[in-house]
Every structure is written in C-alpha cells, then in structure tokens.
Design a protein around this ligand. Sequence first.
Ligand code: ADP
Ligand code: MG
Length: 242
Amino acid sequence: MSTYQNKIALSHVKKSFGTAEILKDISLEVKKGQVVALLGPSGSGKSTIFNLITNLITPDEGTITVDGNVGYMYQKDTMVPWKKVIDNIALPLRFQGMNKREAREKAISYLDTFGLSGYETKYPSMLSGGMKQRANFLKTYLTSNDIILLDEPFGALDSMTRKRMQMWLLSVTKEMNATILLITHDIEEAIFLADQVYVLSDKPATVLGQVAVEFETERTEATVLEERFISYKKKITEILEL
Ligand code: ADP
Ligand code: MG
C-alpha cells in the first residue's frame, strides 16, 4: 500500500538526551482516521515521541513526517487557573486570530458534546478530574481536529471515572473522524480504544510489536468481556514479556 494516507510516519527514529539513550529505534505509522495507541512502561520515552512529532525537539537520526495540523494534549493539565473554563478552551482560537466573542461562541457550540454545558463560567479548579480532562481535550480539539495527540489523557483519574471517559472518548472519536495517537500504559485502555497498538519496550525504546485490533461489533462496555478482547490482552502481555 502506498504511504500517502499516512498522517504520521516515524522511520528509525533515535533520540538521546546527553549520554542517556531514550529512543533506540522507533518506526510507526498512523493512517488517516485511525486511532493508534502507543503502549509502553513509564519512562520508556512515549512523551518524547510526541515532543518529536510536534517539533519541540529534533531526532538524532531517522525521519518524521506529519501530514496535517496537530493538536497536542499534554500529560499535564495546561488550563490556566485564573481564566474561566470557556476562555481556557477558547485560547487556541484566540491564538488563531479570532476575537473574544467569536472564540467564545465557537467554543460554546461544542460544550454539549464534550459534557461541559453549564460549566463555562466556572474556573478550572471547580471542575472534577473527568471534566477537566474533557475541557483539556476540547481545547486540544479546537487547536486542531485533524491530528490529535493525547498523552495519557486519563492517567490521573480514578478507575471508574476512567472507564466512563473511555466510553465517552470512543463515542466522540466516532463523530469526529479525527486521526488520533494516544499514549497509555494501560493494556485494556489501548485495546478498548485503538485500531492499532504499538507495544514499546523499556528505555531505550524500540517497537516490540504491533497489534491490529478489530471487533465484530461496535465497541461497548461489554467488549472488555469478549473472548477476542482477552486474547488481545494475552497477545500484548506476551509481547511485553519477551
Ligand atoms: P514516558 O512518557 O514514556 O513516561 P518520557 O518520554 O517522558 O517517558 O521520558 C523518557 C526518559 O527521557 C526519562 O528518563 C526522562 O527523564 C528523559 N527525558 C525526557 N525529556 C528529557 C529532556 N528534555 N532532557 C533530558 N531527559 C529527558
Ligand atoms: Mg509520558
């Protein structure tokens, strides 16, 4: 297959910080409309891969191509505490040159979909963890709805909120038709959300394996109980233990 529909492609990327080798050999592809998960242990270099894709840092070797505009949701919350939720969300639109009223109106039109209606005039500290992440996600989405990078979006949430957020993310990604690259260290989360899972080694990171995920029916809460889900889990666990 030709590579023209790749939205992101990394080929034999290497990166060290000083004498510490972090990425040893990373090659991966994200195709248009796909949800791809990068699964790997903490400290393996996953966020470094995002920083390379967004040009915050440059690779020592290898090539990185990105076809489209990227929205990057950082591992850390980036909402400024002294701005109302709506103005935090609208910030990327302001950077794009919209005036305050236009930016607010556009952001408001998405509040319902992102489950934030009624919270627009609140301050970030008044939101629950799940809501804060939905607001961060909407802010990212308004930066770009073409390619979206999500760095452990549910990492700080309790497991029940996390499950709810995964269901919610699944439903919005279906509507959005965006290309999404998602970092997680949670095997079930990767299988539940992604069409393709790249399994990374400990640092210095290499790609240990790649698993294409497909279910016969649309994913629901019950998907995690399916035999196929369990066999994906086994497969990935085996790859990690190699
Ligand atoms: P992950 O996201 O998989 O947890 P990171 O990509 O954040 O891992 O970090 C991988 C390793 O690279 C860590 O040991 C971290 O300390 C190191 N590292 C990341 N960024 C830098 C940097 N700018 N300078 C020096 N070391 C860094
Ligand atoms: Mg990280």
